[in-house]
Ligand binder design. Sequence first.
Ligand code: GAL
Length: 423
Amino acid sequence: MRIFASLSLGVLVLASVSLLSQTPAAPKTPLTTAQVLPPMGWNSWNYFAEKVDDKDIRDSADQLVATGMKDAGYVYVNIDDTWEGERDANGVLHTNAKFPDMKALADYVHSKGLKIGIYSSPGPKTCAGYAGSLGHEEQDAKMYADWGIDYLKYDLCSFIPDVMEKQAPNDKVAQMKLMVAAYETMHKALKATGRPIVYSFCQYGWDAVWEWAPATGGNLWRTTGDIQPKWDRIYAIVSQQEGLESYAGPGHWNDPDMLEVGNGKLTLAENRTHFSLWAMLAAPLLAGNDLPNMKPEIKAILTNSDVIAIDQDQLGKQGARIYSDGEVEVWTRHLSGGALAIAVVNAGSDRYATHPFHLNLRKLGLTGRQAGKDLWTGKTIELTENMPLELPSHDLLLVRVDAPTRPGVLLAPLPKTITGAAQ
Ligand code: GAL
């Protein structure tokens, strides 16, 4: 069924108007408040794939509310591939039998205070071989708007062999122009509807999409091929985000793909680290797990409000890997109000225990003791220069420091202890 699978190597928080003025590279279309921060929600693909139907979407919407995920910020309920039926003589695309009434489904999702997303391709077929939007962009966009759709994921798929390679064989530059034009066509069609619809590009990070997606109306763009619920794949994707920090900002985000938290055989540490790193990356947080059967420990990860606050920080500045020492990596993310998030990740399968990792605060531009909050224990923590840290395999320490001390910044005097004055 997934005829193009091989190509797939692949809160709504009401933001203040002042936030818009911080946009580093203003996207073409004015942003609605819903589009400013990295989108949060749930998408059907990672768990249901081609089996998804109307009932699964309704159940997932119900669960977003019942589990508190909606209150934590997960508002988009996104239907991925395989909802499409056939076009009629007027070119109108109908749903298939799994989705008897899309308008009614959208109304149901909206009645829960949630938003609804859908999926298509600029090619004649989607990645799973269903009808794409080629030649019907305006008609499809209008239909989405009539249904009340709030989000579109647009997946390149068959556009590669059927348009790019056919129209411009062996000419990569011309192929890229065709691709950019296809994303622009749908952007114009969505804009013409007058409905705010988050526009998500899915073309696996080809042709440095981060350089042209914001100007082509993209609110987010996939930076890599598909994620899988496996540590090695998640870590490979994380490594591919290096250098992309400067392209993200309010209203336009790098998308390292949807979350696999709670899927496959990921350990709790791996789920925690995956989620934390997506927050450090200012990534869209689209859960992709089986919500009706979500275990409490997975819900605890997905609804950790401190970690979500890192992801949704209003400064919109993506974090970066600052240094690594063997298999331990240190990431930071600058947050609004001068705060800093620090993630120390043990990416290795294990570490030689008699030679622990020592934290180098100077490399992070910090001096002296840093008082912070460990976002996974909820406890206060003090980070000190050269402190040894032992982390289990694939686990992390995630700390928020609200008032980091940097060279040149006066250190507050240490409190006197019972045994005498601090040195
Ligand atoms: C892939 C895409 C996946 C999913 C799938 C559906 O190309 O990367 O996220 O949408 O197609 O067929």
